[in-house]
Design a protein around this ligand. Structure first.
Ligand SMILES: *Cc1c(COP(=O)(O)O)cnc(C)c1O
Length: 327
């Protein structure tokens, strides 16, 4: 529905660039490789959460909330982007992060602090987050909205539905037809939005979402999370389609190491794109997904002469926390 998709608060600069990776394509001469630069959304170092937050922050404003709560890992890009979005919108931001407070803040944690977020450490890895225990302590007159981990509810998902319209126009303008789209999938909102946008805007190519997390998260197995989101979205957007689990593509070949654990694969991918194109990936998400793409190229898993798009979803600040893994 159009009004649903236009109801957003401007946080970023769109469209983000889409361009060919000339050097990398020369190296893999059977393919044309393109990149979509959501690392360049413009909000405090960018990333895919900017698109989701345009809808999530609007929802906070529309429901008269003046406080946002969210949660994530200490190096959460989502928390950093939420902190920046709240600063811009004049909303108080609280982020709940797992583990103990480190002596020195680094990467995303440092930036979240700098962007004014009030940071709460759970000191306990296994406990489920009890937002209410924090919300209860707010002063009178404050009204909080909870943005889920990764911003992956149906509201946030709309950001990637609209991103597909943006992509469709760029592909038309540049006269490019893509055959495969690679991206990192973790909390499911990006993945669900891309699938819904393909349906809504009649796009046709193969999706290769690389699963980042090893295990099932609090909401269940990723494919089921995506399934629930696409069906909720199809209903909201009046798409005449009901999805089943077999409709959800998901590549589970590269998540052997746990979430956030750096292996030689991510190091190889970060180095490769830096050295061929001067573009920086992150160690947690895009490093892992880009490795997956390189591996598919190397092992000839894709049709020859095809056009491939890698969606860069951001994450640069996390690199600094992983400095030891690179030098
Ligand atoms: C959050 C994030 C993702 C994954 O997006 P989801 O919508 O959570 O699946 C990918 N890349 C980066 C850099 C991220 O921060």
């Amino acid at each position: 529905m159009k009004s649903t998709l236009t109801n957003k608060y401007k946080l970023g600069f769109f469209p983000t660039p889409m361009h060919k990776l000339e050097n990398l394509s020369k190296k893999h001469s059977d393919y044309n490789i393109y990149i979509k630069r959501d690392d360049q959304t413009g909000l405090a170092s960018g990333g895919n959460k900017t698109r989701k937050l345009e809808y999530l922050i609007k929802e906070a404003i529309d429901t008269n909330c003046n406080v946002v709560f969210t949660a994530g890992a200490q190096q959460s890009n989502h928390c950093r982007q939420t902190a920046a979005a709240c600063a811009l919108a004049g909303i108080e931001c609280h982020i709940i992060v797992k583990g103990n407070e480190p002596e020195h803040y680094q990467g995303n944690l440092l930036l979240s602090h700098l962007l004014g977020a009030k940071i709460h450490f759970t000191n306990n890895y296994n406990k489920e987050i009890d937002y209410n225990s924090y919300i209860e302590k707010l002063e009178k007159g404050k009204k909080a909205i909870v943005v889920p981990i990764g911003g992956s509810n149906i509201t946030g998902t709309l950001g990637y539905v609209e991103a597909m319209k943006e992509l469709k126009l760029q592909l038309e303008e540049q006269k490019v037809k893509i055959d495969y789209l690679f991206f990192a999938s973790s909390s499911g909102g990006t993945h669900a939005g891309i699938m819904l946008g393909m349906q809504l805007y009649n796009l046709d190519f193969e999706l290769i979402p690389i699963k980042i997390d090893k295990d099932t998260n609090e909401k269940g197995e990723l494919a089921e999370v995506v399934l629930n989101l696409v069906n909720e979205g199809a209903n909201l957007l009046n798409l005449d389609r009901n999805y089943s689990l077999s409709d959800i593509p998901l590549n589970r070949n590269y998540n052997e190491a746990d979430y956030g654990v750096l292996t030689k694969n991510e190091v190889l991918a970060v180095n490769e794109l830096a050295l061929t194109e001067g573009i920086l990936l992150d160690p947690v998400y895009t490093g892992r997904a880009f490795y997956g793409m390189l591996d598919c190229l190397k092992n000839k898993k894709l049709t020859q002469k095809s056009n491939i798009l890698f969606w860069h979803t951001g994450g640069l600040p996390a690199l600094f926390e992983y400095a030891k893994g690179f030098k």
